[in-house]
Design a protein around this ligand. Structure first.
Ligand code: GDP
Length: 533
């Protein structure tokens, strides 16, 4: 067995790979910008975002994102800080894209959740945040915008616990908010990090900390606020969960931090604590057992995202992969497990602040994008190991909304099919055909309705095809697991629809759960599944 090279091991140990997730406008972009500022990846915060007026960051690739001000795709940024090599995976900030967020979380070792202090967990993002807990990875909470009027601190924590079913442990505690925001109290150090609004600009700013028992505190924070803090701390110490690294690592306890990304307050404090509490690249589960990056010398990775047409000039398709072990070298030949043959990984790239750059090397924990000639699928494994193995797959979410889609100009049938198939291969939508009629009718299924808008927009802009969509009343989808099913004989309800997916697998669409039960009763031995694996 080949020996694990120490240099590679050290590189991997330095890696911290996390996803950042938030409701739109909670401040994810601003926080990411400040992180990059500390990493020296950019000279001034804001350069990530381009013009101050356009709500468009480096991580927002697509036109539609700029137009609607939402992030549709996820992207990756890498920077170095304090001896760490940090990979940030951005996620779309709307729950209609929670499946994409889930895939991105698969590539991360932890997640940072940004919450607007005046809003708490917002209804629109409940589902999005929930997928975080489904993955059982450490979740860190940054409660942002403390320079604005905030909700009560206990209420905010309670909100997170109730909505996500995860205990919280505030590492620091805010003193006031909005005009009365004085800073945060570090519970372990028993000191106050004083808020100052002078760091808004381009520099990293001075951090001023004063011990809570230092007499000077009386001049800095007025009596009523000090008394309130003492009372709140007493309550929290008595009733709140204690910090427990074990529970954090299991994703059962979320360390909470307060700050204000815009004024660059509490950002570095957060980063420093976070980097200590989160782990280097974790072992990953494959069919032959766990693959530990500290032991496996060979390169291995899995694809978690495919994104087409990121660059209009190139019409390229990029497969993003999480490297799980070993070292990657540009142009290297790897075995593609699902394709059953060797492939050369070409044009490897990473995102650095405002540009995509070609890379020569990458290590376990890193995320790279490689040119995909149309051979990769989400969940695929690549490795240089002589022993063949596959990482566990990434589940497909069951679509909940369906529509019949047609091209307006019948002469554009070919482009239409090409476009919609490619977009489906990326996993942005799922497509189905009626069981008997072949390619004529295409039914699109999505997890969130905004995905319909993205589909329409992309077909028009990238494939020059205008479409018509008629929504269908189905809300439930079930794959048929029986191998020998005779679809013609299958007796369902009158409002049920028989369709097949891209791979020809039969499935059923239902309007309600009652129909599912009826169909099951009418067909003995029928095995239905919610997941299309
Ligand atoms: P995203 O949609 O989560 O990426 O949010 P952005 O980072 O784009 O921030 C949304 C808006 O909130 C922008 O106008 C920011 O300037 C503003 N913002 C972000 N962080 C703060 C903060 O700490 N305080 C205040 N007052 N505004 C903030």
């Amino acid at each position: 067995m080949p020996q694990m090279n120490n240099e590679i091991k050290n590189e991997i140990k330095k890696r911290r790979t996390f996803a950042i997730i938030s409701h739109p406008d909670a401040g994810k972009t601003t926080l990411t910008e400040k992180f990059l500022l500390y990493g020296g990846a950019i000279n001034s915060a804001g350069s990530v975002k381009g013009k101050a007026t356009s709500k468009h960051a480096v991580s927002d690739w697509m036109e539609i994102e700029k137009e609607r001000g939402i992030s549709v795709t996820s992207s990756v940024l890498q920077f170095n800080y304090d001896g760490y090599c940090i990979n940030i995976l951005d996620t779309p900030g709307h729950q209609d894209f929670s499946e994409d967020t889930y895939r991105t979380l698969m590539a991360a070792d932890s997640a940072v959740m940004v919450i607007d202090a005046s809003k708490g967990v917002e209804a629109q993002t409940r589902k999005l945040f929930k997928v975080c807990t489904m993955r059982h990875i450490p979740i860190f909470t940054f409660i942002n915008k403390m320079d604005r009027e905030a909700m009560d601190t206990f209420e905010l924590l309670d909100d997170i616990e109730q909505e996500l079913g995860i205990a919280t442990c505030p590492v620091n505690w805010p003193i006031g908010s909005g005009k009365n925001f004085k800073g945060v109290y570090d519970r372990a150090e028993k000191e106050v990090e004083l808020f100052s609004d002078t760091k808004k600009g381009t520099t990293q700013g001075e951090v001023r900390k004063v011990k809570f028992n230092d007499p000077e505190i009386a001049w800095l924070i007025e009596d009523s606020q000090r008394v309130q803090l003492e009372e709140e701390m007493e309550l929290q110490d008595g009733a709140g969960a204690e910090f427990d690294q074990e529970l954090v690592s299991r994703g059962e306890l979320s360390p909470v931090f307060f700050g204000s990304a815009l004024t660059n307050f509490g950002v570095e404090t957060f980063l420093q604590h976070f980097l200590k509490m989160t782990s280097p690249p974790l072992p990953r589960i494959a069919d032959k057992g766990e693959i530990d990056p500290m032991e496996e010398p060979d390169f291995s990775a899995f694809v978690f995202k495919i994104q087409g047409n990121m660059n209009k000039a190139h019409r390229d398709r990029i497969a993003f992969m999480r490297i799980c072990s070993g070292e990657f070298e540009a142009g290297m030949e790897v075995y593609h497990m699902q394709g059953g043959r060797k492939v050369r990984l070409s044009q490897p790239q990473q995102m650095m602040a405002s540009e995509r750059k070609m890379i020569d090397k990458a290590y376990g924990g890193d995320i790279i994008g490689v040119f995909d000639p149309g051979i990769f699928s989400i969940g695929d494994t690549l490795t240089t190991s002589a022993e063949r193995y596959a990482y566990e797959g990434i589940p497909t979410f069951a679509p909940e909304h369906f529509a019949r889609v047609r091209q307006v100009d019948t002469m554009k049938r070919k482009q239409f099919i090409k476009g919609i198939s490619q977009i489906a291969q990326e996993g942005a939508i799922q497509i189905f055909q009626e069981y008997n009629t072949g390619m004529e009718e295409i039914i699109v299924g999505v997890v969130g309705v905004l995905q319909f808008d993205v589909l329409k927009y992309r077909l028009e802009n990238e494939y020059n095809v205008e479409i018509r969509m008629d929504s269908l009343p189905y809300e439930f989808i079930r794959w048929i697991e029986n191998e020998d099913i005779d679809m013609a004989k299958l007796a369902g309800t009158s409002d049920m629809k028989k369709v097949k997916d891209l791979r020809g697998r039969p499935l059923l669409l239902f309007v309600n759960e009652w129909s599912i039960r009826m169909t099951q009763e009418r067909n003995e031995g029928l095995a239905l599944s919610e997941f299309g694996r």
